[in-house]
Design a protein around this ligand. Structure first.
Ligand code: PSV
Ligand code: MN
Ligand code: MN
Length: 424
């Protein structure tokens, strides 16, 4: 299904007056409002191809209706999101969950929706049907050279798919680790992983990046071979200038200071980008901003300050992606909420008076520093975000539009009530 321009116009006209009033108020209080609006419009968050269906846990999966049955329908779903918020103009593929059989036509379809291809993700954490050797005890770190070779070749194949689609990064997450003390020699596992990564790295095309994701635990519960940002950074530094550390917000031990990690990776020029989600306990993959929106703001504050200090382009110099799972929500509504939360945190961070904050820091004035940060955080920036969306051709309230125009009901009519999207 397509979102029609007249529907957008009709919806926006009905809400315009109320919006204009709140926008005028904030526009009158914020300096350089046009600059902020432009930055918000440029900022695009990639949608993962595996997040368009209902997720699940090992205890069960409760499918929703009208889920996309193939990659074409997934692209169409992202087209819906992007038409509504104008901030979801990219897709990230997980291979082999979503194999672009005919790259040219997939690319053309995405272009129709104004969607580009973000990082491609490899998968060596599951055995595929007919696979000769098993990843049960890991992939790139495996003690068996044959298994390592299989995993290396898979990653090289994923790069080839990415090249055909115009992507420019390989995002790599390994489940490799151990469940019991003594099971694994840590140094051996690290060295074997490095050797394997070097072979993959050597095949990266010129303008490509390698994103190395870390995760504290799960599915292994004693050690993970790339378990934290230090280990990921070690690999990235040893590999070379195309390798970077990817931060997935759910992959830290409880109470980790993620914003500090982000600041230091940025300082080192080694931050790849993000997998956004939120969590209360572990890798919960909840809607971005649903649990700890202040942390998200603090991360964006470090990003804006750090990227500006390094002369980086906010929209293009890092990878921005959602990595969430939807067990009780409509996936499209959930993604709209996630993108909105990211845009809000970004807009709040753009409001921070960096000079005043630096002066407070210089004077060890913790009270002033908190006032400055929380002034920005407590400013209601929703009219700014909505206005950027309006100017870009989107709708003032994406979730309300989605419900009013019964988007899910139409998708169910088109695709059926019992559909299962590929993915976790
Ligand atoms: C692992 O938990 C992870 O965050 C990696 O990014 C995977 O590719 C993704 O989840 C799969 O949902
Ligand atoms: Mn992730
Ligand atoms: Mn994860």
């Amino acid at each position: 299904m397509n979102i029609e321009k007249f529907q957008i116009a009709e919806f926006n006209d009905a809400h315009r007056q109320v919006h204009e009033r709140s926008f005028e108020y904030i526009a009158g209080t914020v300096p350089q409002v046009d600059d902020i609006l432009q930055k918000l419009q440029e900022f695009q968050v990639a949608i993962p191809s595996w997040a368009l269906g209902t997720g699940g846990t090992r205890f069960g999966r409760f499918s929703g209706g009208g889920e996309p049955r193939n990659l074409e329908e997934k692209i169409s779903d992202i087209g819906i999101l992007h038409a509504l918020n104008r901030s979801s103009g990219a897709i990230s593929l997980h291979i082999p969950w979503d194999i672009p059989e005919n790259a040219a036509s997939i690319k053309a379809l995405a272009a129709q929706h104004d969607i580009r291809f973000d990082a491609v993700n490899s998968n060596t954490f599951q055995d595929q049907p007919g696979q000769a050797l098993s990843y049960k005890f890991g992939s790139l770190h495996h003690t068996d050279k044959g298994v390592r070779k299989l995993a290396i070749e898979h990653n090289i194949e994923v790069i080839k798919y990415g090249v055909e689609l115009g992507s420019n990064a390989l995002s790599l997450w390994l489940a490799d680790g151990s469940c019991f003390p003594g099971q694994l020699n840590f140094r051996g596992a690290f060295k074997r992983t490095l050797d394997s990564l070097q072979e993959i790295y050597a095949t990266l095309p010129d303008a490509w990046k390698l994103y190395i994701e870390y995760k504290a635990y799960e599915p292994n519960f004693y050690s993970t071979t790339i378990g934290d940002w230090g280990q990921s950074l070690l690999f990235a530094n040893k590999l070379g200038p195309k390798a970077y550390t990817l931060v997935d917000l759910g992959h830290h031990l409880p109470n980790a200071n993620i914003e500090q990690i982000v600041a230091l990776l940025l300082m080192e020029g080694k931050l790849a980008g993000f997998h956004f989600n939120d969590s209360k306990y572990g890798d919960d993959d909840l809607t971005v901003g649903s649990i700890n929106p202040y942390q998200l703001f603090l991360i964006f504050n470090e990003l804006v300050e750090g990227m500006d200090a390094r002369g980086m382009n906010h929209a293009n110099d890092l990878g921005w992606m959602i990595d969430a799972s939807h067990n009780v929500k409509d996936p499209l509504e959930d993604l709209l909420q996630s993108v909105e939360a990211i845009m809000i945190a970004y807009a709040q961070a753009l409001l921070v008076d960096t000079k005043a904050l630096q002066a407070a820091q210089q004077n060890n004035d913790a009270v002033a520093a908190q006032e400055i940060l929380q002034y920005a955080y407590r400013t209601d920036v929703r009219p700014l975000v909505a206005h950027a969306r309006l100017q870009a051709g989107g709708v003032l309230q994406p979730v309300a539009f989605y419900r009013q125009f019964k988007v899910r009901e139409q998708l169910i009519k088109e695709r059926g009530l019992k559909t299962v999207a590929t993915g976790l």
